[in-house]
Unconditional design. Structure first.
Length: 52
C-alpha cells in the first residue's frame, strides 16, 4: 500500500520518541515497544486511527 492509501484509510504506526526505530505493536493481547521490519511486525504495529 502506498503512503497515500494508508493516510486515506487512517492507518499508521506509533514510533517511540526516546528509541528511534522502535514502534508500538500488539502481541499476545499486550502492547510492546520493539524494533522490527518483518511482515508480521508491520501488521502488528499498524493501527487504525479514529475520532471517537
Amino acid at each position: 500500500m502506498s503512503a497515500r492509501d494508508l493516510r486515506r484509510l487512517r492507518l499508521g504506526q506509533l514510533q517511540s520518541f526516546n528509541m528511534t526505530g522502535h514502534f508500538l505493536r500488539h502481541r499476545d493481547f499486550e502492547l510492546w515497544v520493539e524494533p522490527g521490519t518483518s511482515l508480521s511486525f508491520e501488521r502488528d504495529s499498524t493501527f487504525r486511527f479514529t475520532t471517537r
